[in-house]
Write a protein that binds this ligand. Structure first.
Ligand SMILES: Cc1cc2nc3c(=O)[nH]c(=O)nc-3n(C[C@H](O)[C@H](O)[C@H](O)COP(=O)(O)OP(=O)(O)OC[C@H]3O[C@@H](n4cnc5c(N)ncnc54)[C@H](O)[C@@H]3O)c2cc1C
Length: 519
């Protein structure tokens, strides 16, 4: 171990990434200070925190969050006591076997490795509160709340190399440290500060082209999750994606994601009556939101400005700044539909810990961290972009009554719907392989490329729809026209205005319906 235990670390932000940095680095003995603009949780009680914690710096706080297997795996391996604390606070484990489609339940044989695919389900408020209390218990971690960071302190040497020294906070105090971490989230101001210091950080990104709507519910006394039925609690209707997120302490949330092009729907969903009316019409949701089972405990929270974005802090192996590391959304932003942002942050923080331990050379640290993040996470990021582009095009084409898919698009759709989806709902081992990729435990597409997977897919295709009938998922809900009529929404769209973005042809995603995009 070469990492210097006496190093001091200052972190901008005590959101998920800042907390993960503290989790990862606290056991190394470094002195860590997190600077957070928002107030601390108002209590140690999950309900009080959900009801009362003001988090202007993390506006997604009251949206559904699933904490995927990758994040749980990191916590279980590195911080088992935290896992226990989460359980004690009411967070639950959702096991792989709990999410099996009806079509494979009978043929499923447990495999010890399936335990790796366990998700933590909890409201994000509860998750943050527990991790925060856990890291605060480390004598070498301090979280300074209600401290607004205003500037990066850096210097450029005569050779032109830029090195981070710390942050300046509101009131003029300067907090200097050996290592400076940006965990300021999706709107981290550090981006501008780096530009002001002359550091050019290349970035690429795309709009997710969806809007997010979430409402929380509490089970009525004596009630709990409804029994699993043929209707999955997640689904994709083209004009709307939806999912139930079970959570801690007898709560759950429902999230709906409307494509950006569905303007009338977007404006309407935020109305609780419309939200309810949609729930009633989707059997996978209705079983949960039935007033006998549960009552809403929040308004419908809406959220836009959802983007994917990738930043390169050491393009071509040349760090733009030394002793400075971005972790979490300030480095990579992902579409929330995949439920991967917190797992990305946890993985990055622990990769950083390893790199800091392996070498003390600032240039090597920056370069290696960047390379490892790219090698570990980029394949998932690119797979997500491919799927998002397909979903956005399908949503646009859904608005155009004259749209006719090309032969290639029709063949692709057949391959996915009648081949991949059927095979996955028929063979437990294929479902397992797909879910391991979804949880970032294996590379994103490798599972479909194996000869045995392709044989299963082609057998399903060759058998034809009639013979496969029992393996199709039931229709998740009404078609667009029927739903819009029921909601009293205009179904027409200004196609001319949408035309510039809808020229590309639809490519069905290689994902299968309901593969758990929402986590
Ligand atoms: C709608 C939505 C749903 C999501 N669902 C999921 C999900 O199901 N699963 C999942 O894994 N991920 C999900 N994500 C992604 C997840 O929320 C983020 O990836 C995660 O929060 C990233 O952590 P972070 O610390 O980088 O950012 P944040 O958690 O946003 O934290 C940034 C922190 O920096 C602080 N800060 C910013 N500027 C300053 C300043 N100048 N001074 C002091 N403090 C500052 C903020 O107050 C905040 O506390 C979702 C995201 C959205 C938008």
């Amino acid at each position: 171990m070469t990492g210097d235990r006496s190093e001091s670390v200052v972190v901008l932000g005590a959101g998920i990434a800042g907390l993960c940095v503290a989790l990862a680095l606290a056991p190394t003995g470094r002195r860590i200070t997190l600077l957070e603009r928002d107030a601390p949780p108002p209590a140690d009680d999950a309900e009080a925190v959900f009801d009362g914690w003001r988090r202007r710096g993390a506006s997604q706080l009251r949206h559904s969050h699933a904490f995927l297997a990758k994040m749980r795996q990191v916590i279980a391996a590195e911080h088992p006591a935290l896992l226990q604390a989460l359980g004690a606070a009411g967070a639950r484990d959702l096991r792989f076997a709990d999410g099996l489609p009806e079509t494979i339940k009978a043929r499923y044989r447990p495999d010890p490795a399936d335990a790796e695919m366990t998700i933590i389900v909890s409201r994000r408020t509860t998750m943050e509160m527990v991790i925060r209390r856990y890291v605060e218990a480390s004598p070498n971690v301090a979280i300074r709340s209600e401290v607004f960071v205003q500037a990066l302190v850096s210097e450029r040497d005569v050779g032109g190399v830029l090195t981070a020294r710390g942050f300046r906070v509101e009131g003029g105090e300067t907090v200097l440290a050996d290592l400076v971490i940006d965990a300021g989230g999706r709107r981290s101001p550090a981006e501008d500060w780096l530009a002001d210091a002359g550091a050019v950080v290349p970035e690429t990104g795309e709009d997710c082209k969806i809007l997010y709507y979430t409402r929380f519910y509490a089970f009525e006394p004596g009630q709990s999750d409804p029994p699993r039925s043929r209707y999955a609690a997640t689904g994709d209707l083209g004009y709307l994606k939806f999912a139930v997120f079970p959570a801690d302490n007898s709560t759950f949330s429902v999230t709906m994601a409307a494509p950006e092009v569905e303007e009338a729907l977007r404006a309407a969903v935020v109305d609780p009556q419309v939200f309810d009316a949609i729930c009633v019409r989707l059997p996978g949701l209705a079983a949960w939101t039935d007033p006998v089972r549960a009552r809403p405990v929040s308004k419908v929270y809406g959220m836009g400005d959802l983007k994917s974005r990738w930043r390169e802090m050491a393009p071509n192996g040349r760090p733009v700044i030394l002793n400075y590391f971005s972790v979490g959304d300030s480095l990579v932003r992902t579409n929330p539909l995949y439920g991967r942002g917190c797992s990305f942050a946890a993985v990055e923080a622990h990769l950083l810990r390893d790199v800091l331990t392996e070498t003390v050379d600032p240039t090597d640290r920056a370069r290696i961290y960047s390379e490892r993040v790219r090698a570990t996470l980029r394949p998932f990021y690119e797979d997500m972009l491919t799927q998002d582009r397909g979903a956005a095009r399908r949503a646009e084409h859904g608005l155009d009554p004259n749209y006719r898919p090309t032969l290639r698009a029709r063949l692709m759709r057949r391959f996915v719907e009648d081949g991949v989806s059927v095979a996955v709902r028929e063979h437990p081992e294929l479902f397992r392989a797909a879910m391991r990729a979804f949880h970032m435990l294996e590379p994103p597409r490798a599972w479909l490329g194996t000869p045995s997977a392709m044989i299963k897919v082609f057998i399903a295709l060759a058998r034809g729809r009639k013979a496969n009938v029992r393996f199709y998922a039931p229709k998740a809900g009404p078609g667009r026209l029927e739903m819009f009529a029921a909601l009293g929404l205009p179904a027409g769209a200004d196609l001319e205005r949408l035309r510039p973005v809808s020229l590309a042809r639809a490519q069905p995603g290689v994902a299968f319906p309901g593969r758990g995009e929402f986590g």
